[in-house]
Ligand binder design. Structure first.
Ligand SMILES: Cc1ncc(COP(=O)(O)O)c(C=O)c1O
Length: 402
């Protein structure tokens, strides 16, 4: 591995952005750029609050690092380099108290790729992969993509908080279960699992000798300081040995289409099997994504802190507005910029059978709960300027009073 910071780029050290105020209120017109989120409603007056990317520009430190790399002009094949790995190692230590070795990192073009690959390592075709629903839809298709069988248990809403149903988890498992596919923090319910819950999941995996694949892509988006994210692999060495942790800068620093993610696999044998499964199928992570990743983990802290502050404000607005809307209910997400809204009351009271279509007709594009395994629910992405969010909430409330 070569360090690609050559002498010809002496300005590679990023400037200090800690004193710069970040403007999350700025509305950037995304309709003039190809993109899924706004492209879905091209030519229509629908505010898109669906797919999980934010309407904010990436951190200045990231954009500047990209610009410097672009100015070089040569984009040859590139493996991860030492200062990139160091930025990630230091970032995980600093932000999550997790000590990892650079050797444990396996670079990937995406997290979805990463957990589909993990399914390939889960026993044989026909074996079971356990996951808790509702969940990010690719979790539900990954087992079948690799010839495995999806085994699902429902998270339950108890005392105003989404929780594990430990008996349902035991019931969902059987002698052919080989892997626990975990989403932590959880999309869409927004839970940050606490140490007791993670401990119980790790014990469950130990008892049944399951591989754990933990998608922790949302770990940088924990909204409440008193509830920090804990990587399940950081619990103890035994858990680390059976765990593939998947992370990426893409959600936190809003660079999903730069296609760069990584697996952290402490166990050398598991890591070798994982790399072997990648051979000939999985392309390198994108060099621009890797440049952005280094800048994000090394210099993106102040931007992330400001973002979380802004998202807390947006979360409060969504919570207040949605709970005041007749027939809607939600819990406060502990992480992510995603609100998970129960519309079953609205459906029953108003005879509405498709709440996503109902709000879309009112000018707000939300994610339908059905692909998450939860008909009657909607997911609202509040990662946008407050003016956009307020207008969307106003449209939703107006539709309900009509
Ligand atoms: C839990 C979860 N995992 C993975 C992804 C996507 O990851 P990637 O784009 O790196 O494949 C998302 C995107 O919303 C997500 O919410």
């Amino acid at each position: 591995m070569q360090n690609p910071v050559p002498d010809c780029l002496p300005t590679m050290n990023a400037p200090d952005h800690s004193a710069v105020p970040f403007d999350f209120d700025r509305i950037i017109d995304r309709r003039c750029m190809p993109g899924e989120k706004w492209g879905r409603y091209a030519g229509r007056d629908v505010l898109p609050l669906w797919v999980a990317d934010m309407d904010f520009a990436a951190p200045p430190a990231v954009v500047e690092a990209l610009r410097r790399r672009l100015d070089h002009g040569v984009f040859g094949y590139t493996d991860a380099w030492p200062s990139l790995e160091q930025a990630v190692v230091e970032g995980l230590q600093r932000d999550h108290g997790w000590t990892i070795e650079p050797d444990w990192l396996v670079w990937l073009p995406g997290v979805v790729t990463g957990f589909n690959l993990a399914c390939l390592l889960a026993g044989e075709p026909g074996d079971g992969v356990l996951t808790a629903t509702p969940v990010y839809p690719p979790f539900l298709s990954a087992p079948a993509n690799t010839g495995r069988v999806l085994q699902r248990c429902e998270l339950v809403l108890r005392d105003g908080r989404w929780q594990w149903d430990w008996e349902a988890l035991e019931r969902a498992a059987d002698a052919r279960s080989r892997m626990l596919l975990l989403c932590s923090p959880h999309n869409p319910v927004g839970r940050v699992f606490d140490t007791d819950e993670l401990r119980r999941l790790a014990d469950f995996a130990e008892r049944r000798d399951l591989l754990i694949c933990s998608d922790e892509i949302h770990c940088g988006l924990v909204l409440d300081g008193e509830r920090p994210h804990r990587p399940i692999a950081a619990l103890d060495q035994a858990t680390a040995r059976r765990t593939i942790t998947l992370m990426a800068p893409s959600k936190t620093w809003n660079i999903p289409a730069l296609y760069c993610a990584f697996a952290v696999i402490p166990d050398a044998v598991l890591r070798r099997r994982y790399r072997h499964a990648m051979r000939g199928l999985i392309p390198h992570a994108n060099v621009l994504g890797m440049v952005a990743t280094e800048a994000a983990y090394r210099d993106g802290g102040p931007w992330r802190a400001a973002l979380l502050d802004y998202l807390r404000g947006n979360r409060a607005r969504v919570l207040e507005a949605a709970t005041a809307m007749p027939g809607l209910a939600m819990t406060s997400p502990e992480a992510t910029y995603l609100a998970w809204i129960d519309c079953r009351g609205l459906m029953a009271a108003r005879g509405i059978d498709d709440p996503a279509a109902f709000f879309e007709a009112a000018g707000v594009g939300l994610s339908d709960g059905r692909p998450f395994g939860a008909p009657g629910w909607l997911r609202l992405n509040f990662g946008c300027p407050r003016a956009t969010l307020d207008e969307a909430l106003r449209r939703m409330a107006a539709a309900l009073t009509r």
